[in-house]
Design a protein around this ligand. Structure first.
Ligand code: R5P
Length: 326
């Protein structure tokens, strides 16, 4: 009788949606593995078709998709990829969403509103995702919306190391553009030797999307180099108003640092004409050539994603990637 050998060896497989294939390529290169060949196209009415061109049975699947504009399409494509993997008997499926779309609606501000951050988590679970991996969720508690492990990665150490290497830390103040991000500003401060923090008292009318009213600076920024931090720059209204408020309050210099460059509508023009000396972002979302400008610095998130994917695949520790700053 011929012998049957049972292999329990896991296979790491990387799958890329069409949202930002260049980032997936970078992650694959960091990991030293190819992306699994995948066919994807749109039907005439916009419906999406996906098929993997190789067997995925038994693999440890990581599905990378950046929820970039058009965000609904990218999310739907990722859901369809997860469904296809589940039906093709992948052993474990991890949704890698460097920027997790719909995260800003994480609670009801008024009656009769949705909680889309939760809906997203439910959709991924229903499609067949076993795990989620994201970078700088709008709020940490979104992790609890997904019924399964969530690897919440932080761009903060990378951004802070970069900024810290360029400024005189004795004149540095970290600024949160609203009261909700003060805890993050404190983490920046911890990483940069305990520099002072300040925040902008921002008010927003919840009935008007993408419109913020910047109030006053809380904290002394006179003569300081201010680093104003945020999780995302969408229309850049929040952050450029913060820059103005800081100069008005006597700041000597302002640097903008944010993880997700959504860059909708007037964002690039606002950033270009702002008085910030540098805008530092990561590439969780694609930055097109015409969105680039002289004082824009884009740090790659690919090495962090690759390291986290490797840790998950090898049953290692994702927390260890942050040297205690998780
Ligand atoms: C708000 O809570 C977020 O953290 C960002 O500050 C906001 O989404 C940025 O949006 P915009 O660039 O359109 O002002």
């Amino acid at each position: 009788m011929s012998e049957i050998r049972l292999s329990s060896e896991k296979r790491l497989r990387l799958f890329a949606g069409r949202g930002f294939p260049e980032l997936a390529d970078e992650v694959a290169a960091e990991l030293g593995i190819p992306l699994t060949p995948t066919s994807a196209y749109d039907f005439a009415n916009g419906e999406i078709f996906v098929r993997f061109e190789e067997s995925v049975r038994g693999c440890d699947a990581f599905v990378i998709q950046s929820h970039t504009n058009p965000v609904n399409k990218q999310i739907m494509e990722q859901l369809i990829m997860v469904d296809a993997l589940k039906r093709a008997s992948a052993k474990r499926i991890t949704v890698v969403a460097p920027f997790y779309g719909y995260a800003r609606q994480d609670k009801k501000s008024r009656g009769r509103e949705p909680i889309t951050a939760r809906l997203m988590a439910d959709l991924f679970k229903t499609a067949g995702a076993d795990r989620l991996m994201c970078v700088d969720l709008h709020t940490s508690q979104i992790q609890g919306f997904f019924d399964g492990p969530v690897d919440h990665l932080f761009a903060l150490p990378m951004l802070a190391n970069y900024v810290g290497s360029k400024v005189d830390r004795s004149r540095l103040t970290i600024v949160s553009p609203d009261s909700g991000r003060v805890r993050v500003a404190e983490r920046w401060s911890d990483l940069l030797g305990g520099c002072p923090i300040a925040f902008i008292h921002k008010t927003r009318d919840p009935r008007i999307p993408n419109e913020s009213t910047t109030g006053r600076v809380v904290g002394d920024v006179q003569g300081q180099t201010c680093v104003v931090i945020d999780d995302m720059i969408d229309t850049a209204g929040t952050i450029t108003k913060a820059v103005e408020a800081l100069f008005d309050a006597g700041a000597a210099d302002v640097i903008i640092a944010a993880t997700h460059a959504v860059l909708s509508g007037p964002a690039v023009d606002r950033l270009k004409s702002s008085r910030a000396s540098e805008v530092v972002i990561t590439n969780t979302l694609p930055i097109t050539e015409d969105q680039k400008f002289d004082n824009l610095t884009v740090l790659s998130i690919a090495p962090l994603l690759a390291r986290a994917i490797r840790e998950v695949f090898e049953d290692g520790s994702v927390t260890s990637l942050f040297d205690g700053h998780s």
